[in-house]
Design a protein around this ligand. Sequence first.
Ligand SMILES: Cc1cc2nc3c(=O)[nH]c(=O)nc-3n(C[C@H](O)[C@H](O)[C@H](O)COP(=O)(O)OP(=O)(O)OC[C@H]3O[C@@H](n4cnc5c(N)ncnc54)[C@H](O)[C@@H]3O)c2cc1C
Length: 435
Amino acid sequence: MTVETTSIDTLVVGGGQAGIAMSEHLSKAGVPHLVLERARIAERWRTGRWDSLVANGPAWHDRFPNLEFGEFDPNGFASKDQVAEYFVAYAKKFNAPIRTGVEVKKVVRNSGRPGFTVETSDGTVEANRVVVATGPFQRPVIPPIAPRDTQLTQIHSADYRNPQQLPEGAVLVVGAGSSGVQIADELQRAGRHVYLSVGPHDRPPRAYRGRDFCWWLGVLGEWDAEVMRPGKEHVTIAVSGARGGHTVDFRRLAHQGVTLVGLTKSFDDGIATFQLDLADNIRRGDENYLSLLDAADAYAQRNGLDLPQEPHARDIPSDPPCVTQPILELDLAQANVTSIIWATGYAVDFGWLQVDAFDEKGKPKHQRGVSKEPGVYFLGLPWLSRRGSAFIWGVWHDAKHIADHIVTQRKYLAYYDAQTNEPGDAPALKVSEAI
Ligand SMILES: Cc1cc2nc3c(=O)[nH]c(=O)nc-3n(C[C@H](O)[C@H](O)[C@H](O)COP(=O)(O)OP(=O)(O)OC[C@H]3O[C@@H](n4cnc5c(N)ncnc54)[C@H](O)[C@@H]3O)c2cc1C
């Protein structure tokens, strides 16, 4: 799959699921393109996740439309390595022009001529268009409140691999989205005492009335929501496919032995302080959980679906003591906390993309991935066009839209060429047909 070229119509940066989806649509449309990946195909699924991670959605759902997960149980949850292998197989299926081990270092718009000059770790590429598919979660973010205590082991969830990696002792996991909650569960099951700092969250049921939540969110149109509901900007989603998949329930985690605390506020002289918002966060998580059951029931009734009833899904366990009498201060040494895992999310990093495609806050400015800098496209970002945009199934549809846009732009240029060039002249814009 190595492609030697120094000039190409469309350059795709990043060979994860977004880059592969983009390549498939560009291939189908006959657009000459090249994907540059600095490491290996789907590298983040291979080395940017913890060892035991499985996909959050079942295999029938968390995939592209044109390939199933082989012999895999469609209702099962693929391991991170199986997801990576899936994308390798997918790229092979249509012979995607991916060049691995090449990092894009700098992209600048050409002056006085069309296109972009792209500096890479392996030379310069001239491209008419650049699709940025470098991922929604590029730079692990640890908030500035992190203590400067050298006695503590502190890592981001991106660097967590397994419980053995941490020194003996209790662990504080900050953040209870899908990563934090799964890591806390794994550590507690490995015999660690775990403090889990829980902020505002959504927690859909893993399954209800015989259907996975991915199915419910699909038929209820939730994956297609175009904008985040106001006030939900800092709300994480807590779901898990671990151990065959189960509903994330913070009270159950507490009854299992995890000590829940509210949002982490500060660290001072070895004392961690937490907000008095734990009960509230859990109550709102319940509301979100129950609202999905209500919406599912209404959908089943409206459509006359004969799905098994599941009244026990509405049973909410009793509040554990850590919720009724929340810890607001924790002396880390006294509690024998030796590690902190920051499951506090990621930011993007576009320092290498020196084009006019950003707003005043440095955020990509685009409409469904088509940026304000003509010829630059973003793909795979959260909420690029809808809620599903950063997920496996969503990025494929966004890539199709971008490919359509590229095809249309190429038609305009072909028309310009036809109008301006006498027969036999070189085209005004050289479109490389290297592939
Ligand atoms: C812990 C975790 C679990 C997740 N689980 C699921 C799940 O179960 N289901 C689901 O649908 N989604 C899941 N996601 C969300 C999403 O599917 C993944 O984040 C996915 O990896 C995003 O794919 P991507 O191709 O957009 O970006 P990435 O996978 O991040 O790929 C981007 C690629 O670009 C390369 N790159 C970056 N910069 C450069 C450069 N300058 N030059 C060349 N190459 C570059 C990187 O090496 C990387 O391979 C999960 C995310 C996380 C963090």
